[in-house]
Design a protein around this ligand. Structure first.
Ligand SMILES: [Zn+2]
Length: 160
């Protein structure tokens, strides 16, 4: 689902999300993609043989080229890149769960422990049960978010 937000700037330069690449790699990737997407290929002096691409419809080409330019404008500036990387990290995988506000915070000891089933249960407001199994329980000192299987409520389970 997170992928729906679109390509990041590294993807635009064909780096496949390789955010840790060096400035040199970045430059090379930029040249390659800029060349490939250039609307009329005026800048062929930097072309390595065989990198000329096929040339698609003009409008589409133009857009791709502009996207590459935008990505490069940010990533070629170390300060801008640093800021962008930070943002990328913060917005990366897992942010959806962090945005969730739990309906309730309980400790493991407040949940009913079913030893036979090896699970901990806690009744949700909808009448269903939040269920967590022993092998999924949070380590001591941490907590996990437990979604209800019947409604959208989330329980925060603390292991103190
Ligand atoms: Zn529920």
């Amino acid at each position: 689902m997170a992928e729906e937000r679109g390509k990041n700037l590294y993807d635009v330069l064909g780096l496949g999300g390789n955010t840790g690449c060096s400035a040199d790699e970045l430059k090379r990737a930029y040249r390659k993609t800029a060349l490939r997407t250039h609307p009329d290929k005026k800048h062929e002096e930097d072309a390595s043989p065989g990198e000329e691409g096929r040339g698609g419809p003009q409008g589409q080409q133009n857009e791709a080229f502009l996207e590459v330019q935008r990505a490069w404008a940010i990533l070629s500036d170390p300060e801008e890149r640093y800021r962008y990387d930070e943002e990328l990290l913060r917005g990366g995988a897992g942010d959806e769960l962090e945005d969730v506000v739990p309906d309730k915070v309980v400790t493991l000891s407040e949940m009913s422990h079913d030893r036979g089933q090896g699970s901990y249960g806690f009744e949700c407001r909808c009448g269903d049960t939040f269920l967590i199994f022993e092998n999924e329980k949070p380590e001591t000192g941490t907590s996990v978010l437990l979604p209800c299987c019947s409604c959208s409520l989330v329980l925060c389970v603390n292991n103190e």
